[in-house]
Design a protein around this ligand. Structure first.
Ligand SMILES: [Zn+2]
Length: 55
């Protein structure tokens, strides 16, 4: 089951990402890579982004 994660980038931007995105997700503002895909799940890169909420 797919979910949305609300993540906050180190630059302050908040955006929603798919928890099962198969491609890395970058911040829409500063273009920093926020996640890495491991298998079918997304791993939020520590120090780059923080999960605020699971939607
Ligand atoms: Zn950013």
């Amino acid at each position: 089951m797919s979910k949305f994660l609300k993540v906050k980038c180190a630059c302050g931007n908040e955006q929603n990402i798919f928890s099962n995105a198969s491609l890395p997700v970058s911040c829409l503002v500063c273009n920093t890579q926020l996640t890495q895909s491991s298998g079918s799940r997304v791993r939020v890169l520590e120090g780059k982004a923080k999960v605020l909420e699971v939607l």
